[in-house]
Design a binder for this molecule. Structure first.
Ligand code: NAD
Length: 321
């Protein structure tokens, strides 16, 4: 059995590894080769923590496992990240534990890979301006990964807490992209690709602000009640997602569905585009929207890559059970 630490995951798993793992597993999900099991998420009545499991099986990649963890709001004061998780991988032939893999860095890198996969398959090829709504922990991973998908010339950004923007600006500067903090209306008017990655419970981006041909990756909404964009914007867009069941229940489309603005049948799994079973974007003026809700199979896919790379590089700890 392997133990792969957080530090080792950061050393061995790069953005390209995560992109390929996530793209492959989205494709497997759309073919019916991989599926997520029902998610458990509970307030445990201690330390204000939310704790749960995300599990699944990828028959094509032969990856079986569970990500266990959650959110401990008091961790920051202890010098720890509030989100904590660990991935357990099992041998699908025997059920034996194969690997314990740190899940914190991998969560960020797989979430960034998810929006990147959507940009790669759905954004206009000539996209030049990247719009960022959000400036927290995930936003920096999102920016780095998105910047590799198109020949972006600059970044426009807005965050409800503007004091958080300088950290995102530092990332843009590091990767050589001019950065401008703007009002959300201007962001919508200028951006060809928009990533939303906040903890918002009300729309931050309205339909009339977004220009024709934009691609929007909604990445922050992963819980019932959360919302980042106008339900009318979702209704006006051609909508793609990682998993329809999560999209309509805890993802960005929950509000447009609840208001009767769109039907579940109007939502396409991005895996269909990856597999060549859906054309994706159909015109330069169409607005495409990806609802990235975050599925357990993404975590298992990148954890499996981490375990393989760490083992190959002699960076995993080997323990007898
Ligand atoms: P963070 O705490 O580091 O940053 C939070 C961000 O949300 C900041 O931009 C902050 O200004 C903004 N924000 C906070 N409260 C808000 C409010 N009430 N209204 C509007 N904006 C608010 O968090 P993070 O780790 O960067 O995560 C951002 C979001 O992404 C969270 O909602 C998290 O649950 C979600 N997330 C989604 C996935 C996925 O797979 N889809 C994966 C990881 C995290």
């Amino acid at each position: 059995m392997l133990i792969v630490s957080e530090e080792t995951c950061q050393k061995v798993v790069g953005r390209a590894d995560a992109f390929k793992a996530v793209e492959d597993v989205f494709g497997a999900m759309a073919r019916g080769d991989a599926y997520n099991f029902p998610v458990i998420r509970e307030a445990i009545g201690h330390a204000d923590a939310l704790y749960g499991f995300k599990s699944g099986f990828d028959r094509a990649g032969l990856v079986l496992g569970v990500k266990s963890g959650g959110y401990w709001p008091g961790n920051m004061a202890k010098g720890l990240t509030n989100h904590q998780s660990t991935v357990f991988l099992f041998d699908p032939d025997t059920g034996q534990l194969d690997a314990l893999v740190g899940g914190n860095y991998l969560t960020a890198v797989r979430t960034a890979a998810s929006s990147s996969v959507s940009i790669s398959h759905l954004a206009r090829k000539d996209a030049k301006v990247l719009g960022m709504v959000g400036a927290g922990h995930q936003s920096q991973f999102q920016l780095r990964a998105a910047a590799e998908q198109r020949q972006f010339e600059r970044v426009v950004a807005w965050n409800p807490h503007p004091e958080m923007l300088p950290k995102l600006e530092a990332v843009a500067t590091e990767i050589g992209l001019p950065f401008e903090a703007v009002e959300p209306e201007k962001l919508g008017a200028e951006a060809d690709v928009i990533i939303t990655i906040t903890s918002a419970f009300e729309p931050l981006l309205m339909k009339d602000w977004v220009k024709p041909g934009a691609h929007i990756a909604c990445m922050g909404t992963d819980t019932k009640g959360k919302q980042e964009v106008d339900a009318a914007l979702v209704a006006a867009a051609t909508v793609f997602t990682d998993e329809i069941a999560q999209s309509v229940s805890i993802g960005e489309t929950q509000h447009a569905i609840g208001a009767g603005l769109i039907a579940e049948t109007a939502i396409t799994p991005i895996g269909k585009v990856i597999n060549g079973d859906h054309p994706g974007r159909s015109s330069d003026t169409e607005i495409t929207l990806f609802d990235g809700t975050g599925v357990g199979l993404q975590d298992l896919a990148v954890a499996s890559v981490a375990a393989k790379l760490a083992q190959a590089q002699g960076a995993a700890q080997v323990v007898s059970l």
